[in-house]
Ligand binder design. Structure first.
Ligand code: SF4
Length: 303
């Protein structure tokens, strides 16, 4: 008997999609220029490719045969699958829904600029099953967005956020702690809060900037900016203070998640009810002896 082949694997997915069926629609990132990123290149996918419809559908069927029909959630990869032609996206979503009727939530990463480009199609995607998009907001500061070559403005972040929510799709915004560096962290916090409070995403998720690289090895473009003195990295405690200020400044009901392995204080809860609990946890951490805090900064995923 011939076993079905394994569906093609993704490179990354959000931590919250660890139990989701993973279907790869595109390979890599169609932008690939954010200075702090380089993730797809780093993991062997430097080029962006749109997979053929037949390939994607074959993967959906292979997943059914190999993993069974009982899935509650599915995640579409890689970085920005909504960039494909709208009729193709609807066809993939429908195929997924017909093959896996138990799937209640289909999600994907999306660039804000692509959501804006596809704003007239978002309601069709929702009707075909797309329930949530994970957008890397990173920062709300126009200057910082430009510096890091995010390829989107604050205005577009707000416009796309509204378009997503008006289509009935849940919005999950990722904030990148440390993106303002040591010098501009207050601007990073203040401008990010402006976008969050304007778009009111259902989820606000935190990750921390990781400037990876070495002199001779692979590196993200920001590594060179640091070496050449154009970007001064934020200290670890600064990222904790940034997260505290953002949680304090959010003025709408939302789910907060700081569960990524590189965030120093892990938090999960719903605002406004859990605000005091979460701020209290941060403050208790900040009140610990310096040695203990340093240990956490050296090995964030351990504690
Ligand atoms: S942060 Fe997102 S949009 Fe920017 S290069 Fe990385 S994957 Fe692409």
């Amino acid at each position: 008997m011939n076993l079905p082949r394994e569906p093609e694997q993704l490179i990354i997915r959000p931590p919250t999609e660890s139990q989701s069926l993973l279907i790869r629609v595109t390979r890599g990132c169609n932008w690939n220029r954010c200075k702090f990123c380089g993730i797809y290149t780093h993991f062997g996918q430097p080029d962006f490719e749109i997979r053929g419809m037949d390939e994607v559908k074959a993967d959906i069927l292979a997943a059914w045969e190999l993993y069974g029909p009982d899935w509650r959630a599915a995640f579409l990869g890689d970085a920005d699958p909504l960039i494909i032609q709208p009729d193709r996206m609807v066809e993939i979503l429908r195929c997924l829904g017909e093959t896996f009727p138990s799937v209640e939530r289909v999600t994907c990463y999306a660039r804000a600029s692509t959501c804006w480009l596809r704003r007239e199609h978002l309601a069709d995607y929702r009707a075909a099953g797309l329930a949530r998009v994970h957008i890397g907001l990173e920062t709300g500061s126009d200057d910082l967005l430009r510096f890091h070559e995010k390829g989107v403005s604050r205005r577009a972040l707000i416009g796309s956020g509204h378009a997503v929510r008006e289509a009935g799709i849940e919005l999950s915004h990722y904030v990148l702690l440390g993106l303002g560096g040591a010098d501009r962290w207050e601007e990073h916090v203040a401008e990010t809060l402006k976008v969050l409070n304007a778009t009111e995403p259902e989820f606000v998720r935190f990750r921390r900037l990781w400037i990876f690289g070495s002199e001779d090895g692979p590196r993200c473009p920001l590594w060179d900016e640091v070496r050449e003195g154009r970007f001064a990295p934020q200290g670890p405690e600064g990222t904790v203070l940034e997260m505290r200020a953002i949680i304090e400044g959010i003025a709408f009901p939302t789910q907060i998640e700081a569960i990524h392995g590189n965030v120093y204080v892990r938090l999960k809860g719903e605002l406004p009810d859990a605000r005091d609990r979460m701020l209290g946890k941060i403050d208790r951490f900040l009140a610990r002896p310096a040695d203990e805090r340093r240990q956490r900064y050296e090995r964030p995923s351990v504690i």
